[in-house]
Design a protein around this ligand. Structure first.
Ligand code: ATP
Ligand code: MG
Length: 356
């Protein structure tokens, strides 16, 4: 029997609540399937540790994580710790240290959850956004000259490399190929930005020749926002730069109904290092400790993790169970339900056990 070593980092706010829910569902799946075991190690890294010791994780943190098959991450961020401290102190060192260059965000409208788009329902919106996660606009290059003076200049340089663009493009084409519609939309801003963005377009066309069965098209990012709202059925797999996909995936999350249901995977497709799976939402201190955090994003994240580990049947079972529970109306208040985190979790575990 396969045993997967999972590093759980619940971290801050509702992170521990949703990770506990996710682990319960994973346990139910492992017991039900019998084909694999999970060996979970919990790490108490996060803002509380920062307030005690001055660091969110130990100096050899990424070293400690190397031995794991995957990382199951909650949320990081606290009202009394600056955002850049939490971001650069925990999540980014893991993403960068493990070269998790593909950020993968599935989006669909789950049964029982309504989209703000009139007339758009479950099945009408089923996308996966692939975000370049290692370079581009967030490379951290740039600077400020004549700081504070009237002639001050600030630059923010985007760095795109042939290696970086080619590898994310291959990942996106392969993902599109594995989905029923085999359709990819490549997003850039190559009308206004003539260098890196034109290179993206060129590399897309080159990589497309390796995937003759995948249909693809190109969109400028501004027009893309309109298409997402006006013609959601016309899209399937989407690939975009670090900045563009960051923005588009927030829009996608909103169109799908709630932040509380959106998952993401930070993936090293070459599998040199563990990949990290987390709900998109943050620590949400306004609802922390109230027992009403929506665990669905974390369940979906767990399904993404299982699929990455090669347990596709278990991943599919988990998503079917989640969708059945949502359809039956057992949902948390953020999606207009009255159930608690624990009630939703128990219902999902029961669905996992009783499904035939
Ligand atoms: P962070 O600073 O870590 O990003 P945040 O406090 O800004 O955290 P977010 O997670 O970004 O909070 O979400 C914004 C709001 O959406 C939260 O304040 C919360 O009310 C709601 N929300 C987010 N996630 C969930 C969830 N899983 N269940 C229910 N409500 C949620
Ligand atoms: Mg936030």
């Amino acid at each position: 029997m396969k045993t997967y070593k999972i590093a759980a980092i619940p971290a801050d706010g509702i992170g521990p609540e949703v990770i506990a829910a996710g682990l319960q569902a994973l346990e139910a799946l492992a017991r039900r399937d019998g084909g694999f075991r999970l060996d979970v190690t919990k790490f108490d890294w996060g803002s509380a540790r920062y307030k005690k010791t001055g660091a969110l994780m130990p100096e050899d943190g990424t070293e400690q994580l190397k031995a794991f098959d995957a990382i199951f991450f909650g949320a990081v961020g606290a009202p009394d710790v600056p955002d850049h401290v939490t971001l650069w102190g925990l999540r980014l060192p893991i993403c960068q240290g493990f070269d998790q260059y593909a950020n993968v965000r599935p989006t669909k409208i789950l049964p029982g959850i309504s989209s703000p788009l009139a007339g758009v329902k479950t099945g009408d919106l089923d996308w996966v956004i692939v975000r370049e996660n290692s370079e581009g606009e967030y490379s951290g290059h740039g600077g400020r000259a004549h700081k504070g003076l009237p002639e001050e200049v600030g630059t923010e340089v985007s760095i795109f490399t042939r290696v970086g663009v080619t590898r994310i493009m291959r990942y996106a084409f392969a993902l599109a190929q594995a989905r029923p519609r085999k359709f990819l939309t490549v997003v850039t801003k190559s009308n206004a930005q003539r260098f890196g963005m034109v290179m993206w377009d060129e590399i897309a066309a080159e990589v497309a020749t390796e995937f003759p069965d995948v249909k693809w098209d190109k969109m400028l990012v501004d027009a893309m926002t309109v298409r997402m709202v006006r013609a959601p059925r016309s899209l399937d797999t989407i690939v975009a730069t670090n900045l563009h996909a960051d923005i588009l995936s927030d829009l996608a999350g909103a169109l799908a109904g709630s932040l509380g249901v959106a998952p993401t995977g930070n993936i090293d497709p070459e599998r040199r290092f563990p990949s990290m799976f987390e709900p998109i939402h943050g620590s949400a201190f306004d609802i922390t400790g109230k027992g009403i955090a929506n665990p669905v994003a974390t369940f979906w994240t767990a399904a993404q993790m299982l699929e990455h580990l090669g347990e596709k049947d278990a991943a599919d079972r988990l998503m079917r169970s989640v969708e059945n529970v949502c359809a039956s109306g057992i949902m948390t208040p953020d999606v207009n339900g009255t159930a608690t985190t624990q009630q939703v979790t128990d219902a999902v575990c029961e669905a996992i056990r009783s499904e035939n």
